[in-house]
Design a binder for this molecule. Sequence first.
Ligand code: NDP
Length: 313
Amino acid sequence: MNTETTKCLIIGSGPAGYTAAIYATRANLAPILYEGLQPGGQLTTTSEVENFPGYPDGVMGSQMMEDFKNQAARFGADIRSGYIEKIDLSKRPFEALDDNGATVMADTVIIATGASAKYLGLPDETTYAGMGVSACATCDGFFYRGRTVAVVGGGDTACEEAYYLSGLAKQVYLIVRKPHLRASKVMQKRVTEKENITILYNTNTLGLFGEGFLEGAHLVEHAGTDKEHKFDIKIDGFFLAIGHKPNTDLFEGQLKLDDQGYIVLPGDNQQTSVAGVFAAGDVADPKYQQAVCAAGSGCRAALDADLFLMEQQ
Ligand code: NDP
């Protein structure tokens, strides 16, 4: 298999990866970008994005990512639909192996691999995967028209998904483990005012049941207290919206990660614990996780990579 060289390898698409590609191409770094298993990243699984500046009427997440990609391609970024299977960050140039067996030797690497949805860890989630259990309401909500579903979580994602599903399903339960929602005030207002959303506070999921397809969930309210109450709800769909796990398995043992697996950026720029390796977007951002922040950090990572290469000359 062939070996290529590049000044800048970008791993991952999404707002961080594509923005890094826009800036890196304009800095003459001729970057190679691998889009990964989910081209466009998480935004391709959301519905309308209303808070990205420059789209006053909102924009569909997948359309926005197409716009980002086209902008990077216009300047000549080499955008590929594969993924990086293995990478050695122990010496420069860094050596990456793609899913076709080709090797890319890179002077700098920008990691923009994002984060993936978390699951509760119940064995039943696997049993009913694709048969009632989902982590993406906008991908799978269509199958639950006129039916009853539950969403787990109390953050913005959970509220957004519950609200979206309430337009399709007959009834939506929002299962929240705390006595309050964590979501922004505007999202809280939307879900509490929607008549077909029922919020179950102080409630956890014990398990799921059903013959073949999902038919319901076993829940517990006020677990471990004298008010503890176990009960079942009948549902056709169970949607997880309890946060994300950073996609850093590829870099374990090679870069400094925090206790949740996010890439640590030790300085005041996007450089990781390894010189010449930069990170951008949700993979290094446990706090904000917004598309606009990811895009901004993608820009910073490309500028940092360019500066790093100039300093090496
Ligand atoms: P969050 O981390 O904000 O919320 C996760 C929710 O899941 C919390 O309510 C948490 O409960 C709950 N949870 C976590 N683990 C479990 C568990 N094991 N069992 C039950 N419940 C659990 O994640 P989000 O994905 O909602 O949001 C991430 C970031 O993205 C946030 O900054 C958010 O504001 C942002 N976002 C913004 C949007 C927008 O502006 N349009 C849309 C979507 C997300 P607890 O509160 O008890 O910890």
